[in-house]
Design a binder for this molecule. Structure first.
Ligand SMILES: [Zn+2]
Length: 246
């Protein structure tokens, strides 16, 4: 069950388009997996659209402009995925239905999944277009595997797989770190995280992520600064810490 969500502030920034594209990518991928946040975003988007119309009316902006802005807004709404397959399609805007059909028709399984060690993981829709930008898996310490994802001018994200019992040495953060749990669960001494959880970490907190389930855990992670290991021999890893996910 999802217990960790982006903050209301982060979701609003996502709707307003004021977030950095990398963070917006994480929020969007979480919304693919989280009906609650998806609904929040829909409501915020509608209210923003209503505000735009009322502002446009007040300032008697050219009707063509309003239509244009509204079209923009609609296309934002229609890019939102739906986690609720039971929702009646006929209630959705025509554009949404067409878009969803387009995506479904043009994506075969290989465009939605990544593989590691004979296992196949289905990714949230937002991440599908990054599958062919994902590099090869490499083995890190312990039971950790990493595959870098090229985000273009937004830097690099990583898929990290922690095999069962695998853990990342204790560390703290100098910058910010966003993690989305794609499949499985892990704990870090602070909390336990499950599939779909959106985790934001910065500064002070020290933790030791560890996959405890039998199946291991796949996460998608973006850090803006290398990690800083804090204990024992792991401190020797600091010069290489940019290789690790937290
Ligand atoms: Zn959520």
């Amino acid at each position: 069950m999802i217990r960790f969500h982006p903050s209301a502030h982060q979701l609003k920034e996502f709707v307003e388009g004021t977030q950095s594209p990398a963070i917006s990518l994480m929020v969007s991928a979480h919304c693919d997996m989280c009906e609650k946040c998806q609904r929040f975003v829909e409501i915020e988007t509608e209210s923003l659209a209503a505000q735009m119309v009322s502002t446009a009316n007040d300032s008697a902006v050219d009707a063509g402009d309003v239509a244009f802005q509204f079209g923009d807004m609609l296309s934002q709404i229609t890019q939102l995925p739906s986690t609720n397959n039971n929702r009646s399609e006929s209630n959705q805007p025509l554009e949404y239905r067409e878009l969803a059909r387009n995506i479904d028709e043009h994506e075969h399984v290989g465009c939605r999944t990544i593989e590691l060690d004979g296992r196949t993981f289905t990714l949230p829709r937002t991440l599908h277009r990054y599958i062919d930008k994902t590099g090869n898996w490499s083995s890190l310490v312990g039971k950790l595997w990493q595959a870098p994802v090229d985000l273009g001018n937004q830097g690099v994200a990583n898929f990290i797989f922690m095999g069962s019992g695998g853990s990342v040495p204790e560390h703290t953060h100098r910058g910010t770190e966003y993690t989305l749990v794609i499949d499985g669960e892990f704990s870090d001494g602070l909390s336990r995280y499950d599939t779909g959880d959106f985790i934001f970490m910065d500064g002070e907190k020290t933790h030791t992520p560890k996959a405890e389930g039998k199946e291991g855990c796949l996460v998608f992670s973006i850090v803006d600064q290398p990690l800083h290991f804090t204990s024992g021999l792991a401190r020797l890893l600091n010069p290489f810490s940019h290789l690790f996910f937290r």
